[in-house]
Write a protein that binds this ligand. Structure first.
Ligand SMILES: [Zn+2]
Length: 221
């Protein structure tokens, strides 16, 4: 088996919000934290961000790609689209395991609380617009890193997965919640992929990007 590890470094321009499970006094949506209380970029957020970007990019280039996260609109077992081959779906587990992302440098423990008004999805709804409070990191640039690991039968499949993760990571402009409110805006993303501990050079990923851009599926070559 070939071990692939992909590290993604997020350089954010603005504060970040990802909703965690813990409750905090005075806020409706608290930041996600780990057991020690440190902020995290949850694995589900990282994976969801990358999958969504991969879907959008490949569809733009004419690839038949299914739409998550509803199981009914995703690939069945018989034929898997490019995205499901790498990120999996409810019927086909992903070879890649994502871990929570962490802050790269200590940017303080102090969080901020923003207020906002929840607009009803139904414009005719009589319910009054609700004021809510959202906890975010401090309003300054932050850097995070996240990692995923997977085992593949051959190096070609591992490199294809690395190519799609790297492509998706670079294709995003914001991560987490509150994008429309200016939260989680991405300045730069760097990706480092290693195969059995050896870094994969970018020129090994380029043939995949070129083929996908031309609407070809290299796996079928
Ligand atoms: Zn699919």
């Amino acid at each position: 088996m070939q071990q692939l590890v992909v590290q993604v470094y997020f350089d954010l321009d603005t504060a970040l919000h990802t909703t965690g499970n813990l409750r905090r006094l005075g806020v409706d949506k608290a930041l996600a934290r780990d057991a020690s209380g440190q902020w995290v970029l949850p694995a589900t957020t990282v994976k969801g961000f990358l999958r969504e970007r991969a879907e959008v990019l490949l569809r733009t280039w004419g690839h038949p790609v299914c739409t998550g996260p509803e199981p009914a609109t995703m690939c069945d077992d018989q034929t898997l689209c490019l995205v499901c081959r790498v990120f999996g779906n409810p019927r086909h587990p992903s070879a890649l395991r994502f871990q929570d992302g962490h802050p790269l440098d200590g940017f303080g423990e102090a969080s901020f609380v923003r207020s906002g008004v929840a607009i009803s999805r139904y414009r005719r709804a009589a319910s009054p617009q609700r004021l809510f409070f959202l906890e975010t990191t401090a309003p300054m640039p932050t850097r995070w890193w996240a990692e995923c690991t997977g085992y593949f039968p051959d190096s070609g499949a591992a490199k294809m997965a690395a190519a799609l993760v790297a492509l998706a990571a670079r294709g995003g402009w914001a991560i987490g919640g509150g994008k429309a409110r200016g939260l989680g805006w991405i300045k730069e993303v760097k990706v480092k992929a290693t195969l059995n501990g050896v870094e994969i050079p970018e020129q090994d990923l380029m043939p995949f990007w070129q083929a996908w851009k031309e609407g070809r599926d290299v796996a079928e070559d």
